[in-house]
Design a protein around this ligand. Structure first.
Ligand code: SAM
Length: 219
């Protein structure tokens, strides 16, 4: 039996792009085109694949989640990624956001503190051919000094404050997008821009709800 396009996963991905992303104000063509090429269903358990294009976070094991597609798009749009950029993501989770970023940047380094998630994301990204993503196991509140500096840093877990080491690993002109809040489950999304060696400009973007960033310089 042939399903109508709107019921296939490709069809649902198109609806996600049109209604949940473009329809809610995501306008950067590079973000929309990256999200059109990455199969979100490949980043969740097979029993959740039918829900892959609902605009919701989904469980990925170990009490963690793959973020809602709109928030992934919103954060990546706010990062202003260009094709030559080296990007650092803190919180690999399923690897989905890293895969989307890899379609827009030169290289993506992504750090995950939980070994089982880091291993499965690495395996998945290799299998799907995202060769410009490197998964690192470690505490991302310390950044990843070996490959610094980064043109863009995105933190996909809620921090109590902006970790100092992450600021120091930004290029001049680099951007960081990070949820910060005094409660471990409710935050405000900030964009921090490094304008000079010692100067950073901070903008408040919107309210968000992320799992906590856990580490030496966080919860
Ligand atoms: N970006 C992910 C995706 O596309 O699936 C979703 C990330 S999930 C909302 C947050 C992730 O941050 C979890 O996998 C969690 O284990 C991780 N995390 C929390 N604290 C961390 C830390 N200090 N360093 C690295 N990862 C951390």
């Amino acid at each position: 039996m042939k399903l109508p396009f709107s019921k296939t996963l490709d069809g649902r991905r198109e609806i996600m792009i049109r209604e949940h992303l473009a329809g809610r104000g995501i306008s950067d063509p590079a973000v929309l085109s990256a999200m059109r090429t990455v199969p979100r269903e490949a980043f969740v358990d097979s029993n959740l694949q039918d829900l892959a294009y609902d605009d919701n976070p989904l469980p990925i094991g170990d009490g963690q989640t793959i973020s809602q597609p709109y928030i992934v798009a919103y954060m990546i749009e706010a990062l202003e990624v260009t094709p030559a950029d080296t990007v650092l993501e803190i919180g690999t989770g399923s690897g989905y956001a890293a895969a989307v970023l890899s379609r827009m940047a030169g290289h993506v380094h992504t750090v995950e503190r939980l070994e089982s998630l880091a291993r499965s994301a690495d395996r998945r990204l290799r299998m799907l051919g995202y060769d410009n993503v490197t998964v690192h196991l470690g505490d991302g509140t310390l950044g990843w000094p070996e490959q610094a500096p980064y043109d863009a840093v995105v933190v996909t877990a809620g921090a109590p404050h902006v970790p100092k080491q992450l600021l120091g690993q930004l290029t001049i002109g680099g951007r960081m997008v990070i949820p910060v809040g005094s409660s471990s489950h409710m935050q405000v999304l900030f964009r921090v821009r490094r304008t000079d060696e010692h100067e950073f400009r901070q903008e408040e973007l919107c309210g968000v709800r992320f799992v906590p960033l856990i580490g030496a310089d966080a919860w």
